[in-house]
Design a protein around this ligand. Sequence first.
Ligand SMILES: Nc1ncnc2c1ncn2[C@@H]1O[C@H](COP(=O)(O)OP(=O)(O)O)[C@@H](O)[C@H]1O
Ligand SMILES: [Mg+2]
Length: 311
Amino acid sequence: MQQLPTSIDETQSLLTAQDYICGRDLATVGFLALTLGKPLFLEGEAGVGKTEIAKALASALGRRLIRLQCYEGLDAASAIYEWNFTAQMIAIRTAEATGGATGGVTRKALQQELFSDEFLIRRPLLEAMEPHPEGPPVLLIDEVDRTDEPFEAFLLEALSDFQVTIPELGTIKAETPPIVILTSNRTREVHDALKRRCLYHWVDYPSFEREVAILRARVPDCTKALTDEVVAFVQALRGEDLFKNPGVAETIDWAQSLIALDAVALSPEMITDTLGAVLKYQDDIAKIAGSEAARILADARDNLADAQAAL
Ligand SMILES: Nc1ncnc2c1ncn2[C@@H]1O[C@H](COP(=O)(O)OP(=O)(O)O)[C@@H](O)[C@H]1O
Ligand SMILES: [Mg+2]
């Protein structure tokens, strides 16, 4: 089993090796979460790298990633397990059909069989509590803000005891707790009680330097000059009054789009043609397309020149 990192620096370089570029602040809470065995609660705008860190951590540690994607109406039972209803029906039919010839299984035996492991469909929380040969998995509880308070209360309990209960089978407790990462896009406030169980970190948009490093890692085909321009432009865009700011995901998509179009530098026309990679609301696109794109590009280039002069 791969050992956990023993320092903040090691945590940071494990993540960098997975092309996940983070600052010392995030590496610190990450290291502490691993060391103290506490869940890590990451909050921030969409596309800043919350989900990705769980993936990066799982591959860095050689652990399985188990993802519970939250949504409105998600209930505790379906986060843990489900019975394979179709297979159960077939088993009942088979028992009925053969029962006539063989004298039949007793009602009780059939019931026991129907609610056994064979017919159990494991959902993320149950999977995360079960033993894994490569070591405790990374359990990603993604976008908790999409669920409701009763589900939060259930999570709080599940994450306190690291156990889940299946009425027909009993309680399953994790021998070694999973590494838990919760994320929220903060479409609403998640309850204090749940946050208190966790180490908390606000994931902000990256600085210019860090976003350049992310783009270099994720889109290595993009020239240094184009990378700098793309990042400077996106950073300037985040200062505009938009309905939805572009995340790192959009910066990456945009760079890839520009490469696909053989662009070597930005121009207001090129920006206007490819805005759909960066902005996802028509009002935002209409606002930036054309003369605004030219103005922001000029600002971005000024900022770039200042940054380069400062070096
Ligand atoms: N720090 C980072 N290092 C490398 N890639 C990143 C980083 N942050 C974000 N990304 C990229 O942006 C994409 C979107 O990130 P994601 O984790 O899905 O955002 P969130 O979950 O916060 O909405 C990822 O697929 C990844 O390619
Ligand atoms: Mg996400």
